[in-house]
Design a protein. Sequence first.
Length: 108
Amino acid sequence: MLCMPPDCDYDAENWYVRVKGMEFDPERGRRCTECFDMRMERTSLYAHEHGYDAIATTNATSRWKDAKQVNDSGYRAASRYEGLVYWAYDWQSDEMTMRKYEVSSMYN
């Protein structure tokens, strides 16, 4: 069953605490890892609270993101809950990019 949790409320206070000192880090730097961690932690908690056994993310679909960096965040977050796994998949293909835009368009 596919679960599309509601968008996380943007937790600016938590974000600023986590990235203090990283304001000028480059794309794919430590700040990106913190962002992925923050989002995947929230996703893992949601999955745990609602009885799901796997999580995934579309963050790895972007050619501008480091898939390993994204996947490492997913693995770390899922490991917090017994029985929860992170589903890593190579989303960075032309077909998956097109599919991402189709799904995004369907769900506005």
